[in-house]
Design a protein around this ligand. Structure first.
Ligand code: GLA
Length: 349
């Protein structure tokens, strides 16, 4: 584990970049600003290392950035319709930062705050523990939420993310990580192959809020049960793809939310040979194809991030669950401990 300065936020607070390296030379860098995954460096089938993630060169980039690159997302990942929900008859109002809706925790989500970081590697694999306490009422959410996220880089080339949280009042939460992946290291992700172990997805309205229906993927461009080239159907004349400007939907994982992580997705880049598996205990996954990227964001080393130059696989509970009692619950009660685990495992073939 190495540490280096990672610039400052506007108020002068210095950020730190922590780089974990495993025995194979795979590297994952994380900053305390936003609990953000800044880079993941893995070899291709010839052994050439590339950074397979989008991001910025310093904390200031993340502070002003609006794309959530690599961030730890909370208190509520994805959207809450009209910025409101109720618990036990009490209605809560959240800042609306995505049209009429609240996205990724509001204006100052967990990706925009400093986390307390501790190296907990010991004798095992390299690991970083990140802690944050979200105040009662922060961004409109009830209850003081104590959150711990542990990032572990194993010698099997896995980035393992363990989330834990407790609250002092009944609240809602949906924690995820928003890394943008491009296994080729550059270009677009349209030729990469994706598998999603999901028979259903949650179709949305124009504002990308789930209608509440769990729709079978069979016979639609949302069927990734067998590996499919991402770009093969993305331009189909289909209402859901139009609403999302591409893929920006939640898949209902067949594993349903399992006690142990289940294999829910694979991405394979035929050109470089890089492969990524996603394992999770969560019941859903947001597959997003970088539809809002348009080349105006200049990221690491000044690289313009163009349309569909990366994809996200955000393991999660379903969007807007607090307003959909039929969805798996996102409520957390005092005295209970929330925990979940997601693994991004890299290999080549
Ligand atoms: C999620 C959302 C998208 C978009 C990205 C970040 O994937 O569903 O609509 O907001 O995050 O740009």
């Amino acid at each position: 584990m190495t540490q280096q300065a990672f610039g400052k936020t506007a108020d002068g607070t210095p950020a730190t970049l922590y780089t974990m390296t495993n025995k194979n030379g795979m590297q994952v860098a994380i900053t305390n600003y936003g609990g953000t995954v800044v880079s993941i460096k893995v070899p291709d089938r010839k052994g050439t290392i590339a950074d397979v993630t989008h991001g910025y060169d310093d904390a200031a980039g993340y502070e002003t950035g609006k794309a959530y690159f690599g961030g730890t997302i909370g208190r509520y990942g994805n959207r809450i319709a009209h910025g409101t929900f109720s618990i036990d008859g009490v209605q809560y109002a959240l800042p609306k930062n995505d049209g009429e809706n609240t996205l990724h925790g509001g204006l100052m989500g967990f990706n925009k705050v400093f986390w307390t970081v501790k190296d907990i590697s010991g004798n095992g694999p390299v690991a970083l523990q990140l802690d944050y306490v979200s105040k009662d009422g922060e961004e409109g959410f009830p209850g003081k939420l104590t959150v711990r996220v542990i990032f572990t880089l194993t010698d099997s080339d896995e980035l393992k993310i363990n989330y834990a949280a407790t609250t002092d009042k009944k609240t809602v939460l949906n924690l995820t990580n928003h890394t943008y992946f491009n296994l080729g290291g550059s270009g677009t992700i349209l030729e990469e192959e994706l598998m999603l172990a999901a028979d259903k997805f949650t179709p949305v309205d124009k504002g990308l809020i789930p209608t509440g229906v769990l729709q079978p993927v069979a016979g639609t461009p949302f069927d990734f049960r067998k590996p499919m080239v991402i770009g093969s159907r993305i331009g189909d004349d289909e209402e859901q793809l139009k609403f999302g400007r591409g893929y920006d939907h939640n898949w209902v994982l067949n594993s349903k939310g399992s006690a142990k992580p289940s294999l829910v997705a694979t991405v394979f880049d035929t050109k470089s040979g890089r492969k990524m598996e996603v394992w999770t205990t969560e019941p859903g996954i947001q597959f997003y194809t970088g539809n809002f990227l348009d080349g105006t964001i200049k990221g690491k080393g000044g690289t313009p991030y163009v349309l569909r130059s990366a994809l996200c696989l955000e393991t999660q509970h379903f969007p807007d669950s607090p307003n959909h009692p039929s969805f798996p619950t996102t409520e957390l009660l005092p005295g209970a401990k929330f925990s979940s685990e997601t693994i991004y495992k890299f290999s080549t073939k």
